[in-house]
Write a protein that binds this ligand. Structure first.
Ligand SMILES: [Mg+2]
Length: 335
């Protein structure tokens, strides 16, 4: 009898066990499927949440950096700058350096802090350490979230193989939620914009350079210096960013999907649609020296440039060995 009960209990236990295992497996499978589904939904939301990525160059775009050897020049003009528009630092060697913030940088960063539609990032031709150092200085000075910049790229992130400086295509690969439709590069050097990846996504702005746009800092003529103090380029950048937001938000899902990787923010069609054509300026990019006598017949594609030799020759953002050395020094000074 007891053997029979044992068998029965044992049999019942086994059935429950089997039932439990089956249930567990079903639940387990359902759980895995639910997790996968949730992951897909999160990925979909990330990819479909509309945002605008604004990649900023650093030097002469967001700030002007004054190395120690030009501090005397800075001291002679310091009183003309608002007290919250710069920071003075002493590096590990006990030498003073200065970072001057471009006017309206605070307002622009505040907008990015308040409106998650705008995603700022940094890409400099200096080392990544410099990019990180400046990001941290901006975050501390304007009391911004630590993660406000999506990335802080430097020269190490430039693919030497393609020969394209600050290639936005690299960003699209690293951050698939961004592409031609919702990314811009703001830079003071046309050389960083003038390539097949960036040409229709680049916003070329006037340098912020109260001590001159060249590596050698200098005293600008009073009129030019005054213009730098009254710089209001970021007001226009904010205006343009708001227009782009309106355009991106105004697209239906079908148009958005179709245009995502094909329609650049500053394609001619879109610039007109966003009523940003007031910002169009025409530049002569390639100069050709021609043996000529007098003034030949000129057209809009054949323009005579007088005093060509007086223009600065280094117009692009490409890194030279000399530049790299200087930037290395700069990075060390900031640490
Ligand atoms: Mg620059």
């Amino acid at each position: 009898m007891s053997i029979l009960i044992c068998i029965k209990i044992h049999t019942r236990t086994s059935i429950f066990d089997i039932f439990g295992v089956v249930l567990y497996r079903i639940n387990h499978r359902i759980s895995i499927n639910i997790y996968i589904l949730i992951l897909y939904i999160i990925l979909y939301i990330i990819l479909m949440t509309r945002k605008l990525l604004i990649v900023f160059d650093i030097d002469e775009t967001l700030i002007q950096y004054i190395p120690n050897k030009y501090v005397d020049l800075w001291e002679s003009k310091k009183s003309l700058f608002p007290t919250d528009s710069y920071i003075e630092e002493t590096n590990s060697e006990g030498k003073k350096t200065v970072i001057i913030f471009r006017p309206k940088l605070r307002q622009m960063m505040q907008l990015f802090k308040d409106d998650p539609f705008f995603v700022p990032a940094l890409w400099t031709y200096s080392e990544r350490d410099y990019s990180n150092a400046i990001a941290n200085v901006i975050i501390d000075h304007f009391q911004l979230p630590q993660d406000i910049f999506l990335f802080r790229y430097g020269a190490e992130d430039i693919d030497e193989g393609t020969g394209i400086p600050k290639d936005l295509e690299q960003i699209y690969q690293n951050f698939p939620q961004f592409n031609k439709f919702n990314t811009i590069l703001v830079d003071d050097r046309y050389g960083n914009i003038n390539n097949e990846s960036n040409i229709n996504n680049g916003l070329c702005i006037q340098p912020f350079a109260p001590f001159g746009p060249e590596k050698v800092r200098e005293n600008l003529p009073p009129k030019e210096f005054d213009k730098q103090l009254k710089d209001n380029i970021f007001e226009s950048v904010i205006k343009i960013a708001q227009q782009i937001k309106k355009d991106i938000k105004g697209c239906d899902d079908e148009d958005y999907d179709a245009a995502f990787s094909t329609e650049s923010v500053f394609s001619e069609k879109r610039v007109k649609r966003m009523k940003l054509d007031v910002f169009y300026q025409t530049f002569a990019v390639k100069f050709t020296q021609v043996v000529s006598i007098g003034t030949p017949f000129l057209t809009n594609k054949f323009i005579l440039i007088e005093n060509y030799d007086k223009y600065p020759k280094k117009m692009g953002g490409r890194k030279t060995q000399k530049n790299k050395k200087n930037k290395n020094k700069r990075t060390n000074k900031l640490q």
